[in-house]
Design a protein around this ligand. Structure first.
Ligand code: ZN
Ligand code: ZN
Length: 341
């Protein structure tokens, strides 16, 4: 499906606030559509195009691409056939605009000296990419038991008393909305920095919601998810159970966790399907070739990125500081000479 503005020809995007397709160039927007109508526009039997319908440029050969923004003409395009066969159940709406995201980054880094000039300027906005990242969502529940022998050492004067006793902890665990990154296109560290997303706000997926964005289907093996869920459930249950006050042992410090390594559990995870979560992506190439990359959670405004510090300008600034220090010394010498004289 192609999303081209009928009045000026620019690419349109889905506006989640107003529930319609809109054109940022001329302001044209389609009538708000009911959720039913939007869902009817999803999936098709017609084969997906191999080239951009608008300029003829070849599309990426990646079979997981389901939404694409043509780098040559800016056309916004979704692969209806692939979407029809995919099992995407939900999508989290975009909550704030690219402009608001730049303002946020400006504020975040405004106290940093030597900001790279023009990095978040108005004319860079078109370089920000909206991307929906696929996550598999699970609920998990079960039981966890920890058992072990605790050793406590008490020192009184020169004598040391060592006492050991058996301890056990047990918990029923239930976790919902566990999100597992389902693509290797986004580094794990980026995903960790941007999470959590609030799935309470998720909507039923429909194809027009991808207008103006880039999106790929999952490309990782779901089998690996269970290991992650298992270790996350263990980790969370341990943190919830193990507080030094709760265990009747004054000598066990939080670092001393002999129980943690002797556990049994019985955790079952239920897959809820693939959800698409919104992220803004922006890269800036500096004069020295270094690339600064930013990712933002387009729902919660969580940021991943480095402070935009221009090393060239930092060097300049320290040179002028040194110069100032030198002139202060010279001034002090002159004052001393005057007093002395
Ligand atoms: Zn337009
Ligand atoms: Zn094109």
């Amino acid at each position: 499906m192609e999303f081209r503005c009928p009045s000026c020809g620019a690419a349109m995007r889905w506006d989640f606030d107003n529930q319609h397709l809109c054109c940022d160039y001329c302001g044209h927007h389609e009538l708000p559509l009911s959720k039913n109508d939007v869902r009817k526009m999803t999936g098709s039997d017609a084969p997906d195009p191999a080239t951009c319908p608008s300029c003829g440029a070849p599309l990426p050969e990646d079979p997981t691409t389901i939404a694409h923004v043509c780098p040559y003409c800016g056309d916004s395009l979704t692969m209806s056939h692939r979407i029809g066969q995919s099992r995407i159940v939900g999508i989290v709406p975009i909550k704030f605009t690219k402009r608001q995201m730049f303002d946020l980054l400006m504020r975040k880094y405004s106290n940093k000296l030597c900001l790279v000039p023009d990095i978040f300027s108005e004319d860079r906005l078109k370089e920000v990419q909206t991307e929906f990242i696929p996550y598999r969502v699970y609920d998990a529940s079960g039981d966890v038991w920890y058992r072990g022998e605790l050793t406590a050492t008490k020192t009184t004067g020169d004598s040391e008393t060592i006492s050991t006793y058996d301890a056990s902890l047990a918990a029923k665990v239930a976790y919902s909305d566990i999100t597992i990154l389902a693509t290797d296109r986004v580094p794990d560290e980026v995903s960790l920095a941007l999470e959590p997303f609030d799935l309470e706000e998720a909507m039923h997926f429909a194809e027009p919601y991808l207008a103006g964005s880039v999106c790929h289907l999952p490309n990782t093996d779901p089998q690996g998810d269970y290991e992650k869920i298992d270790s996350e459930a263990l980790d969370k249950s341990w943190k919830a159970l193990y507080t030094p006050g709760r265990i009747a042992c004054a000598y066990v410090t939080p670092d001393d966790e002999p129980l943690k390594h002797d556990y049994q559990r019985n955790i079952t995870a239920t897959a809820r399907g693939t959800y698409l979560l919104p992220v803004y992506q922006y890269s800036y190439r500096m004069r020295n070739g270094r690339v600064l990359a930013y990712y933002l959670n387009a729902q919660t405004q969580e940021v991943f990125g480095q402070a935009p510090i221009d090393r060239g300008r930092v060097a300049l600034a320290s040179v002028s500081l040194a110069f100032m220090a030198a002139s202060i010394v010279a001034l002090a010498l002159a004052v001393l000479l005057m007093i002395g004289g």
